[in-house]
Design a protein around this ligand. Structure first.
Ligand code: 3PY
Ligand code: MG
Length: 247
């Protein structure tokens, strides 16, 4: 059961603060519980590239505790966005958004009629549907990712989409799209500037805690402090190197 809820990550971003999230791809509910012990501002469950299965995602969202649970969904559709929210996610991050029209579709997919096309259902919403529906009008965080050449070209229009809570930059895909000779950093800063021009929070995927801190200092309001793949890979490699005296 969810009922009335407050999205603390969204509140922080609306008041100009930054949020450092933990990003989980490995599909482990136990890891969600461990991440929640450190109360990150948000826990993002990666439904696009991650290993999440439906029932374990449902359980992991409940394990987020005081951290705001968000899902990076697989697609910009009413089905994918509605599924994540039905499980109790308090927001979605929608990948590969190219245009303002697509951003508007993502915003609408996260809202019930008359504001949007979300379908009513799901174990947790149905437990206290009326207060939940009322809370959704102000508390669901909708973020779209700019990570394509077309999205970059349309950054100003995308950022200005009514109801959009955040633009989130995917530097990995953006680098693939722009090619090795492009100035990736200039593209990232241009997107940040487009967001600032319309006072919409901008986030960026970061791959080290140090980069996350630097990006926050630059004005990005949503960064990745840690992700489970790098935590596992880095931790295992480091420990083996030390144990074998190769560090
Ligand atoms: C990207 O860098 O493209 C991402 O989507 C980060 O997850
Ligand atoms: Mg990406």
């Amino acid at each position: 059961m969810i009922g009335q809820f407050t999205n603390h990550a969204l509140a922080r971003m609306r008041s100009g603060e930054g949020v450092a999230c933990v990003w989980l791809s490995l599909g482990s509910t136990a890891l969600a519980e461990i991440a929640a012990e450190s109360t990150p501002g948000a826990i993002v469950f990666d439904g696009q590239h991650g290993l999440w299965e439906r029932a374990s995602l449902h359980a992991a969202i409940a394990a987020a505790g005081a951290s705001t649970p968000l899902v990076r969904v697989q697609a910009n559709s009413i089905a994918a966005i509605g599924e994540a929210l039905d499980y109790g996610a308090q927001g979605v991050i929608v990948p590969l958004v190219d245009t303002a029209e697509q951003a508007a579709a993502a915003v609408a997919a996260a809202q019930y009629p008359p504001h949007g096309g979300r379908s009513g259902g799901g174990l947790r919403p149905l437990g206290a549907m009326a207060p939940y529906v009322a809370a959704c009008t102000t508390q669901i965080l909708v973020s779209v990712m700019i990570e394509t050449r077309e999205g970059l070209a349309n950054a100003a229009a995308i950022a200005a989409t009514p109801g959009l809570d955040m633009v989130f930059i995917g530097p990995g895909d953006l680098a693939l799209q722009l090619g090795p000779d492009a100035d990736l950093e200039a593209a990232i800063q241009a997107i940040l500037a487009a967001c600032r021009a319309v006072a919409v929070p901008c986030g960026v995927f970061t791959t080290t805690a140090e980069a996350a801190r630097e990006r926050m200092a630059q004005g990005f309001q949503f960064v990745v402090a840690e992700d489970d793949i790098r935590l596992a890979r880095g931790g295992i490699a480091r420990s083996l190197a030390i144990a074998q005296d190769k560090a």
